[in-house]
Design a protein around this ligand. Structure first.
Ligand code: ADP
Length: 525
């Protein structure tokens, strides 16, 4: 589009310049015709003074003549004026027929034949410049009176053109019958890598003239394109550098995050190891306290004064609670550090549940709760860690007693329908972020569940995830009631242990009605 615009601009400029050149030639042609006034009183010899007065008028109206002359009717130059410092006067009495410059003889003949004006080809003027001549054959009635002529330099045409029709970024060449009259650009610039637009005109006498406009293809369109391309490249480069910087920053941040994450893991492991070793160190003196208090109460060191019975019982209960807490912290630390041991053996779930239930009997009686067991005799065996399994069931049953004021507790073991198992146990879905990592034991197709159902306080569904987190307690009991007070670690340990065994602990509950905690165990195939 830019190129097309440039071309039409050049065509318009050529047309305008041609109109001007045509007008310029006309003015000079008519100026010569003014010489006719010298013969208005008949064909005769013109005096030098008369010629001078007409030339004075012409000089003002057609200032581009370098030279003006007038012949007699025989074609001999009688009068002449030069207007350029380098022009030299001709030898008086020169005959047009003998002049070779600009082939004046030939055009004079043509002018005479046409009884009008004629312009010459271009050539070297006597001033040394390049130019052309216009000759007017003056007839008075039918009688030939004289030739009036004048020469004009190509440069003066261009100067006049420039002053009235400036060329701007175009270079212009004026051609007369194919020869250069004048050009406003150096010759090499007129041809190499340029495009042209031209307009024709007719010079006096009918010779074909042409104004050619030369312009650089695409200039300034090409410049605009280059500028756009350079700008585009510039912005692309900037965008590229920006993207690189972003990527660098991102990779730096990724490295930093990886470093932080590794540090966190290390710190977490260190914390777990610290907890494990501290808990272990706490356990020994605690065992001693519990043991010696038991012996005191059993009367090994003599009969206890009645006033000391109650405080010693308090010491015993607190020490036991503390030992339980230390045990749990030790467990959770071991599980977190991946140091919890696992010894698989065939376990009879029926027998194990019965055993744990009997251990809880005194507590149940204390709380006035009844326990019901539904244990089918034909349960498949489970290969698992007996101690861990025992701990989980003990904990679930302990919680059921702890959070139930009245009613009863039901412990039920059964072979579960695989369809009802949590999706992550059957390998259909990954564990949720809350439930954490799973054991490396592959998913089973048959599951034995041990569910503990109570008629206690229940748990709101919004707390289902929270209760399995470490040190999370919901509706914790008063600080004085060490049984109800709890530690907030039991369920976290139970779920982690269950997962270590390749299973899980799930919950369903309704506030005020009771809860069911279900332990999922992979059955032997
Ligand atoms: P705690 O030592 O506090 O019992 P747990 O991890 O065993 O710690 O339990 C976490 C929380 O889950 C308890 O504080 C309690 O709010 C809730 N919870 C656990 N078992 C039951 C249950 N059988 N009935 C009602 N709430 C329960």
């Amino acid at each position: 589009m830019l190129v097309a615009t440039r071309r039409s601009e050049a065509e318009r400029a050529a047309g305008e310049a041609a109109v001007f050149v045509r007008g310029f030639l006309n003015v000079h042609e008519q100026a010569l015709q003014v010489m006719r006034t010298l013969y208005l009183r008949g064909v005769r010899d013109v005096s030098d003074r008369e010629f001078g007065s007409v030339v004075a008028v012409l000089e003002n109206h057609a200032p581009s003549f370098r030279r003006l002359w007038l012949t007699d009717s025989a074609g001999v130059i009688r009068h002449e004026r030069v207007f350029h410092e380098r022009s030299v006067p001709r030898a008086a009495g020169s005959d047009l027929d003998t002049l070779r410059t600009l082939e004046l003889r030939a055009i004079a003949r043509l002018a005479r034949r046409s009884r009008g004006s004629q312009s010459s080809n271009t050539g070297k003027l006597l001033s040394g410049e390049r130019g052309f001549a216009i000759i007017e054959a003056i007839y008075i009635d039918d009688t030939f009176a004289a030739f009036a002529g004048g020469t004009i330099s190509g440069l003066s045409v261009l100067e006049a053109l420039d002053s009235l029709v400036p060329g701007g970024s175009f270079s212009r060449v004026i051609l007369a019958s194919g020869d250069t009259v004048g050009a406003d650009a150096p010759p090499e610039a007129r041809f190499v890598g340029y495009r042209t637009a031209s307009a024709q005109l007719t010079a006096p006498g009918g010779s074909p003239w042409e104004v050619v406009i030369r312009y650089q293809a695409g200039y300034p369109g090409r410049v605009a394109l280059w500028t756009t391309a350079l700008l585009l490249m510039g912005s692309l480069t900037i965008a590229f550098i920006h993207a690189r910087r972003q990527a660098l920053r991102l990779s730096e941040r990724t490295v930093e995050l990886e470093r932080l994450s590794a540090e966190l893991l290390r710190a977490n492991r260190a914390k777990s190891e610290f907890l494990a070793s501290v808990s272990h160190e706490l356990r020994t003196p605690l065992n001693a306290i519990v043991g010696f208090v038991d012996m005191l109460r059993d009367g090994v060191y003599g009969e206890m004064p009645p006033r000391q019975v109650a405080p010693i019982a308090r010491v015993a209960s607190s020490a036991t609670h503390l030992r339980h807490l230390v045990d749990q912290v030790l467990d959770i630390a071991k599980l977190a550090a991946g140091r919890m041991e696992f010894h698989a053996e065939p376990v009879d779930v029926h027998a194990l549940v019965t055993e744990v239930a009997s251990e809880m009997e005194s507590l149940l009686n204390e709380r006035d709760l009844h326990l019901r067991l539904i244990l089918p005799p034909s349960l498949p065996r489970v290969s698992t860690d007996r101690t861990h399994l025992r701990q989980i069931i003990l904990n679930l049953l302990g919680n059921a007693i702890k959070y139930t004021r009245e009613g009863g507790i039901l412990v039920k073991a059964q072979l579960a329908d695989a369809k009802t198992a949590p999706a992550h146990l059957t390998g259909e879905a990954p564990p949720s972020p809350v439930t954490g990592e799973m054991s490396t034991i592959p998913p089973a197709s048959r599951w034995v569940t041990v569910s503990v159902t109570d008629s206690g306080i229940g748990i709101a569904p919004t707390d289902f995830d929270r209760i399995f987190e470490e040190f999370e307690q919901v509706n914790a009991g008063s600080r004085g009631d060490s049984i109800v007070r709890g530690t907030g670690l039991g369920l976290a340990i139970s779920r982690r242990l269950a997962r270590l065994l390749g299973g899980d602990v799930t919950v369903s509950s309704e506030v005020g009605k009771g809860s069911t905690f279900t332990l999922w165990l992979a059955a032997d195939a």
